[in-house]
Write a protein that binds this ligand. Structure first.
Ligand SMILES: [Zn+2]
Length: 353
């Protein structure tokens, strides 16, 4: 299924050229920005009027407060404004607000039927923010269709008494991711970002699905793959070191491989150095704004996060940097300023394009 003979898109070529020229900047956290808006249940559902780009209505009897992805349908302007703030702060790549827009994750909210619309609209909203930023300062922005891990894991049993049990299969994930990625491409994504990977098998299902989607449109988009280290010994939840993680995904020839979330930049650095030492492709890193406090909030100041991320750049470890949980437009502005003097890491291979 994985077919590298498909032509790459024009924006793939432009993105690749830009990444060889300088360190690119990815945006920051959508979730923590949405929290500051203190939206109510009525805001989340637009008073019960949930409809997609084609005016198809969606209904659910579950509460929707906290279903951040739904806001691309019900409060698109709020999401677009946050993305525009990140873009004007210096982000080259804007993530769609679609981290949980799969049937598997939306089942928690009874909105499985809205998944296609969530992804199409999620990409359209980010595209509008990208185009507005480009109109303002002339710099191109790229839309990254964001694909999260879902809330189920294909390689570990959730039941300690039944280690062979799986709450989800590879094919369930492949189908759900395929539906998501088709929508993200239809809505105008320039690339697909498979992020916060805690289970490599889930990510492999997403990669397989991405190539199925590329075959449908006859073109190949850039893939960014980002794992998350959840364990003090430097492993993912499914038990892999950064080196093992790279060897599990390199067959997809990603544009970037990297790490995000879970840790602040300091704790991420050795794992990133390991990945940078083994991966032939470009490297992406977007840590949280430090570690959460007792209330689950992130207090690391923009300049602190930025000076730690700038160490990655100074050491020649990175090609794309940004922020995960707790990072605001001010964090992204500081990161963009502090990495600007440094050259991007030179990938040792050319397996991205
Ligand atoms: Zn995070």
């Amino acid at each position: 299924m994985i077919n590298f003979s498909l032509p790459i898109t024009d924006s793939f070529k432009a993105l690749d050229a830009a990444a060889r020229d300088r360190i690119l900047v990815l945006d920051g956290a959508m979730g923590t920005m949405i929290q500051t808006l203190n939206m109510t249940e009525e805001d989340f559902t637009a008073n019960g009027h949930i409809h997609g780009p084609g005016c198809r209505h969606h209904q659910s009897d579950h509460p929707q407060k906290g279903n951040n992805d739904l806001l691309v349908l019900t409060q698109p302007k709020a999401v677009e404004d946050i993305q525009l703030q990140f873009a004007l702060a210096g982000a080259d790549i804007l993530e769609t607000n679609t981290f949980s827009s799969t049937t598997i994750a939306q089942a928690d909210y009874g909105l499985e039927t809205a998944v296609h619309d969530l992804n199409v609209a999620g990409a359209q909203v980010a595209r509008r923010a990208a185009d507005r930023a480009q109109a303002e300062d002339g710099r191109p922005r790229y839309v990254a269709g964001a694909v999260g891990p879902t809330n189920r894991t294909a390689s570990i049993s959730p039941d300690v008494n039944d280690p062979g049990y799986r709450a989800v299969t590879f094919d369930d994930l492949r189908r759900a991711y395929g539906q998501q990625i088709d929508g993200l491409i239809e809505g105008g994504s320039d690339l697909i970002l498979i992020e916060t990977i805690f289970d490599t098998l889930n990510a492999k299902a997403a990669l397989f699905a991405a190539f199925e989607s590329f075959a449908k449109i006859g073109r190949r988009l850039p893939l960014m793959i980002s794992g998350t280290i959840t364990d003090a010994s430097g492993r993912t939840l499914s038990g892999q070191t950064p080196t093992a993680f790279w060897h599990s995904v390199r067959h997809a020839r990603p544009f970037t491989v990297g790490l995000n979330c879970a840790l602040g930049a300091d704790a991420m650095r050795p794992h990133l150095a390991e990945l940078s030492g083994v991966a032939e492709t470009m490297i992406c890193a977007y840590p949280n704004a430090g570690l959460p406090n007792a209330f689950g909030q992130y207090d690391e100041e923009p300049d602190d996060t930025a000076s730690k991320v700038a160490v990655f750049a100074k050491e020649g470890l990175v090609n794309v940097v940004g922020g995960c949980c707790g990072t605001t437009p001010e964090h992204i502005r500081a990161i963009a300023e502090q990495v600007a003097p440094y050259a991007p890491r030179k990938p040792r291979g050319t397996n991205n394009v």
